[in-house]
Design a protein around this ligand. Structure first.
Ligand code: PDD
Length: 279
């Protein structure tokens, strides 16, 4: 299978692709990223992810020398070269290269890496049919998780700890015992036919899938409330689910060993997953 990446203007086999050891993304996590799902050769929520990419760069004052039309052409090329029918596009932009120093010059030229890799979503589909078992853990991330930076160490460690303890994933809980979000997904519950998700703030990422699912919910005339929900509400809800570019809409059927909806996938999440994937 070909494995071609795009790095700083060049299409190059991944094994030969390289970046400076003085890249600020490497040294400081001074970088942002985006992930698009590719289904049947088409990018899901393509525009939304571009909008957030620009916002992330603005928030960190990374020089935005990139042009959406050119990036789209590169994506098409990578999809073709890597023969991706279904898969993931990953894009990472760091502030640039400079001898290590916390301070940075304003005119650094960013480093860009883009990869496209095939992914068999049928495995995820099989898991989604059964539903996920998650654990909860204290949210120990920094105060600007609304910016999609590559600083994901708390997410990485929390996810691995969940897997090591036979859970499928983890949800973060704030100091007041309210759920913030998942390791790499937004968090939702359903109670008495009302769908509930935390409102946007610096404490969660503004998920692009979340935005699309909100629109979907409105178009289906279902009841939605954007408010924080507590861990007790989670234990007592009718359904729970996550959304993200890599999980779409995926049900949660167990939290910290406690069943939700008697451990069965609920009707609302089943319908939302189907509708989301049919657009
Ligand atoms: N993660 N919250 C966090 C912390 C995330 O990392 C993500 C996405 C989301 C959902 O955002 P979206 O719907 O735009 O994918 C919420 C990506 C998939 C990742 O890190 O691989």
């Amino acid at each position: 299978m070909p494995n071609i990446a795009y790095v700083n203007g060049e299409f190059i086999p991944t094994e030969y692709a390289s970046i400076s050891i003085n890249d600020r993304g490497l040294q400081f996590g001074d970088a942002i990223y985006e992930v698009w799902a590719v289904i049947n050769g088409k990018l899901l929520d393509e525009e939304g992810h571009f909008t957030r990419l620009n916002r992330s760069m603005n928030e960190l004052a990374i020089n935005n020398i990139f042009n959406k039309a050119s990036l789209k052409i590169i994506f098409r090329e990578l999809i073709a070269r890597n023969r991706v029918k279904n898969g993931i596009i990953y894009l990472q932009i760091s502030r640039g290269t400079a001898p290590r120093d916390h301070a940075f010059a304003n005119d650094l030229v960013p480093n860009i890496i883009i990869t496209a890799r095939p992914k068999n979503f049928s495995q995820l589909e099989a898991k989604a049919q059964k539903g996920f078992h998650i654990k909860t853990t204290k949210d120990n991330r920094w105060g600007r998780v609304d910016i999609k930076t590559t600083n994901l160490l708390p997410n990485v460690l929390a996810k691995q700890n969940a897997l090591d303890n036979n859970f499928d994933d983890v949800w973060f809980v704030d100091d007041n015992n309210f759920i913030t979000e998942g390791s790499a997904q937004n968090a939702w519950i359903v109670k008495d036919k009302t769908i509930i998700t935390r409102p946007l703030s610096n404490e969660i990422l503004a998920g692009i899938t979340r935005q699309s699912v909100l629109k979907l919910i409105q178009s289906l005339n279902l009841k939605i409330v954007e408010r924080a929900f507590s861990i007790d509400e989670l234990y007592n809800c009718d359904e729970a689910f996550v959304t993200s570019a890599t999980s779409f809409v995926t049900p949660i059927i167990k939290v910290n060993g406690n069943n939700i909806n008697d451990g069965k996938v609920g009707e609302v999440v089943k319908m939302l997953r189907k509708e989301y994937l049919s657009v």
